[in-house]
Design a protein around this ligand. Structure first.
Ligand code: AHR
Length: 515
């Protein structure tokens, strides 16, 4: 009760700070062919908690309906998202993973202790074949993270050969013997993960040399494209890491991947995923949008070393990181997902779109049952999280032309945690302009006037497929066995005027539509 009163009072005061009117002009005449690569909508799956086992994979003998061992409900939900790329097997797990443990007859696979994540027994029943076949079913590109920390260059080189060579080498024949005749199409390959931490506690100088050594033996077997080698990049604002790798690795890599989590701190409490104050809500959004100055600075460093933009920046882990749900297995990073997470997803994607000249892929952590998931499962039940719905509403932006916009808005928030009153993005594909607007205010609706540079008359202008994602309470989440509390609904609160389109966004909402 007391907590509710505090929340109520706090909301009243933030309301007073809110700016009620926003104008957005789509600079559709000035867009310069900048494409939002579909890989911005990438996913990440790690051998961590129930992401793989119970989340993606239940095995062919399971009572849970499955297709060759992959849970059908999860498969179908992911197909809806048009997942473009999936990273695997880690994460920290990658630098402890020896790929031969996970190929060959199931009964002969090596059992190990997953030392990064709770010491859980890993029976390796999900390995290279199971992952790459999953990608083929989903129609997504695989992104493999190789083991630098505890593996050898030969082990990594042979993994690439095993997956992608069509020769009659012993390694390629080993794959055939294990049931796969043709090589898989693997393009993205990470040379280690978090080399500054769980991937070997290296310095950037040392890692750069290690990268060059390992990458030398990763051959191109696919006649259609080379292997796209990804260096393990900085955590957040470790600009020295980026500078050193750019200087020292240079042409040996195709991309460098930073990690950025919206997390209150690495030691101690990270806060509850579902029970939080307005202050914590705005703090979280502010931390999420602080990724913008962070990537800008990484990009500036890259621009100076690589002005032609040959090397890409990836954000191959990002998202919210809260305390594990009470009662869940320690070390499994299982957290629920509310409208707050949806807002973080929308604000982050809006930022990523802006920097797609350099940022070519992002992978939210993680796809099922870990951190800011798309999907949660419990036994044979599944729920789609609010974050899932943002990805579904935003999928129209995949491979679309980015439209810059002129946004005039105020700020909302509390204390030092102020964020723009409206966040927006727009893109064009096949003659259709898709717009997404987010109103982060907990208590104030926002009126937005949307117009566009090429606008001569609004006659005949209409909004199609307008939807809104919001909920009664920002702490609402979708739970097992209950009607979903957070799901997109048809949106009607807009009108076409002479000046453009006037849209009224409810408090704490995300609205998407086509023009
Ligand atoms: O996503 C969870 C963990 O976060 C990953 O394994 C690691 O790379 C990062 O520290």
């Amino acid at each position: 009760m007391k907590r509710n009163l505090i929340i109520g009072a706090a909301l009243f005061f933030t309301g007073l700070l809110a700016n009620a009117q926003t104008t957005i002009t789509l600079k559709d005449k000035s867009s310069e062919g900048q494409i939002i690569p579909k890989e911005i909508y990438g996913q990440f799956s790690e051998h961590l908690g129930s992401c793989i086992y119970g989340g993606l994979w239940v095995g062919p003998e399971s009572d849970i309906p499955n297709q060759d061992g992959y849970r059908l409900d999860v498969l179908n939900a992911l197909k809806e998202l048009k997942v473009p790329v999936m990273r695997w097997p880690g994460g920290c797990f990658a630098d402890d993973y020896h790929w031969r443990d996970g190929v060959g007859p199931q009964e002969q696979r090596t059992k190990i202790s997953n030392n990064n994540w709770g010491g859980t027994l890993e029976d390796n029943s999900f390995g290279t074949h199971e992952f790459l076949n999953l990608c083929e079913i989903l129609g997504c590109e695989p992104y493999i993270s190789g083991n630098v920390g505890s593996g050898t260059p030969a082990e990594m080189a042979q993994w690439v050969e095993y997956m992608t060579s069509d020769s009659n080498s012993t390694v390629a024949d080993e794959r055939r013997k294990n049931g796969r005749e043709k090589p898989w199409d693997v393009k993205y390959f990470g040379v280690g993960n978090e080399a500054w931490g769980c991937g070997g506690n290296m310095t950037p100088e040392y890692y750069s040399s290690v990268f060059r050594r390992y990458a030398t033996y990763l051959r191109d077997y696919n006649p259609n494209h080379g292997l796209y080698k990804i260096a393990s990049g900085a955590s957040d604002t470790n600009y020295k890491w980026t500078q050193t790798c750019m200087d020292a690795i240079g042409k040996h890599m195709q991309a460098i991947a930073v990690h950025y989590y919206t997390c209150q701190g690495w030691d101690g409490s990270k806060g509850s995923a579902t029970s939080f104050t307005p202050q914590e809500y705005y703090w979280c959004l502010k931390k999420a949008i602080d990724i913008e100055p962070c990537v800008k600075r990484h990009i500036a460093i890259m621009d100076a070393v690589d002005p032609k933009g040959r090397i890409d920046l990836l954000v191959d882990e990002w998202g919210t990181w809260f305390d594990e749900e009470p009662g869940s297995t320690p070390g499994h990073l299982y957290q629920q997902n509310t409208m707050r997470d949806a807002m973080v997803a929308a604000l982050s994607l809006n930022i990523f779109h802006k920097y797609t000249r350099r940022i070519k892929m992002t992978n939210i952590a993680q796809v099922v049952n870990v951190l800011q998931s798309m999907i949660l499962t419990k036994g044979n039940q599944m729920v789609l999280t609010p974050t899932y719905h943002v990805y579904e509403m935003y999928k129209v932006h995949q491979d679309a032309e980015f439209i810059p916009l002129d946004l005039k808005t105020g700020e909302v928030g509390m204390d030092k945690s102020m964020v723009p009153a409206i966040s927006a993005t727009a893109s064009r594909k096949d003659g259709v302009v898709n717009v997404a607007l987010a109103n982060p205010s907990l208590d104030r609706k926002q009126t937005v006037l949307l117009s566009w540079e090429s606008l001569k008359s609004t006659k005949g202008v209409s909004l199609k497929n307008a939807r809104v994602l919001t909920s009664k309470n920002v702490q609402d989440y979708n739970d097992f066995g209950q009607e979903p509390k957070v799901a997109p609904k048809a949106f009607k609160d807009f009108k076409v005027t002479k000046e453009g389109v006037e849209i009224v966004l409810p408090a704490c909402s995300i609205v998407t539509f086509a023009l």
